[in-house]
Design a binder for this molecule. Structure first.
Ligand code: URA
Length: 425
């Protein structure tokens, strides 16, 4: 076979055979198909798409390019959760120990943030001493002992995705459904959980900008999971405004702690309870939202979270120290009315520029910087009332302050924010 023929075939909108997809991906991983041909192929897929059969073949070939984690030593139904990316998304920090507090084991591999989106590993590393690199034996042992562990994805998993994702990132071929679906699901399948909850974000801060695209991506990933007997459910969730109050690594850990102490905003607390109910149901545990809420705010979840932090070398005392950010700027409302929009993309990029995120993969993070919103969409505001606090290393330039204010949209009528929009199973 020749890569050029397969690129041309896809460019003409034809369907590749199972053997052709397998040959192309395996040759790329082996280094006999170069980056420039794989880039051309990704662009051809971007314009011509892939059938469900091709997407499944791509996914399973990718799974085969690395190790697969065997979680069978852990008793019970193992659940995993994945978000397609968002701003202020600290859900895993809370959901993993919450689900584990019901005796359902959570063995989770997470990723890092890039651009305006954050990553769970970066948030966990904002906890002094927290180890995200664990060998498989320790990972499994921890889940056996305390029921939960969140670690970084092993380098040995899905080699093809690592190579392909890096290439897509610099060739404008990330946001295409078959490539996202195969990237996410190859990692989830290789990571070994029996049941998978997918949080497919939609809105200006997400890869999927429309509900239609989010539905298509969800249906594709759910089908991929179910075809290999990993029962998968997707929820489509709103990412038109940041999730919860905080954006920024340490600030998000602090918000997670507040939620686990019953002091979180009602909307985000309720949202996490809904996700937990779906994840528990996937594992065969039926629970009312009231019972789940009680587990979340009564200290049960916090106890699990603290056990996880301690088992992974994190310093629990350090979680409760004051912020070390040098400057805290208060942003106050310039008009009276209701918060109408807080564009997630704009604020994600703003936080990134403060050092809370990475513009390129090699950037170092500043764990202390970020934003905490006191008001969210639908909240009423008076002139001069506190809308947000910005944590930074330097005094904010006037240009940045003006940009922040411009993105806080205040209107005369109250808007109702949406969270879970649809469940696909
Ligand atoms: N997240 C992934 O893991 N892969 C993609 O392609 C997009 C988002």
């Amino acid at each position: 076979m020749r890569a050029v023929d397969l690129i041309q075939k896809k460019r003409e909108g034809e369907e590749l055979s199972t053997e052709e997809i397998k040959w192309l991906i395996e040759s790329y991983v082996a280094g006999t198909v170069p980056d420039y041909q794989m880039s051309a192929f990704a662009m051809a897929v971007y314009f011509k798409g892939m059938t469900m059969r091709e997407t499944r073949d791509l996914t399973m070939t990718m799974v085969g390019t690395g190790e697969q984690i065997d979680l069978s030593a852990i008793a019970g139904i193992k659940t995993d959760k994945h978000s397609t990316g968002g701003v202020g998304d600290k859900v895993t920090l809370i959901l993993a120990p919450l689900v584990a507090s019901f005796g359902v084991p959570v063995a989770k591999m997470s990723g890092r943030g890039l651009g305006h989106t954050g990553g769970t590993l970066d948030k966990l590393e904002a906890i002094k001493g927290f180890q995200v690199e664990r060998n498989q034996e320790d990972f499994i042992k921890q889940v056996q002992e305390i029921g939960v562990s969140v670690i970084g994805q092993s380098d040995k998993l899905v080699k093809a995705d690592k190579m392909l994702y890096a290439l897509r990132d610099v060739t404008a071929t990330v946001d295409i459904i078959p490539l996202i679906a195969s990237s996410v699901m190859s990692k989830k399948i290789a990571a070994g959980a029996d049941r998978i909850l997918l949080d497919v974000t939609v809105g200006d801060g997400a890869f999927m900008k429309t509900i239609d695209d989010a539905v298509k991506l969800s249906e594709t990933m759910v089908a991929l999971g179910n075809e290999v007997s990993r029962k998968t459910i997707a929820v489509i969730t709103d990412m038109s405004q940041p999730l919860g109050q905080a954006i920024g690594n340490r600030l998000e850990v602090l918000e997670a702690l507040q939620i686990m102490q019953g002091q979180g905003r009602t909307d985000v607390t309720h949202f996490i309870c809904e996700l937990a109910q779906i994840m528990l149901r996937l594992a065969g545990v039926e629970c009312s939202l009231d019972v789940i809420h009680e587990h979340l705010v009564s200290g049960e979840t916090l106890k699990k979270f603290e056990a996880m932090v301690s088992a992974q070398g994190g310093n629990l005392e350090d979680l409760y120290r004051p912020s070390a950010a040098k400057v805290i700027t208060e942003i106050r409302a310039e008009a009276e009315g209701y918060i109408e929009a807080l564009p997630a993309l704009e604020f994600g990029l703003f936080a990134m520029r403060l050092g809370a995120g990475r513009a390129v993969k090699s950037d170092n993070l500043d764990y202390e910087t970020g934003i905490v919103f006191e008001k969210k969409i639908g909240d009423s505001v008076q002139v001069g009332e506190l809308v947000a606090k910005v944590y930074s290393e330097e005094v904010l330039e006037t240009k940045l302050l003006t940009e922040f204010q411009k993105n806080v949209k205040i209107g005369r009528t109250q808007v109702t924010p949406k969270e879970i929009i649809r469940i696909i199973s």
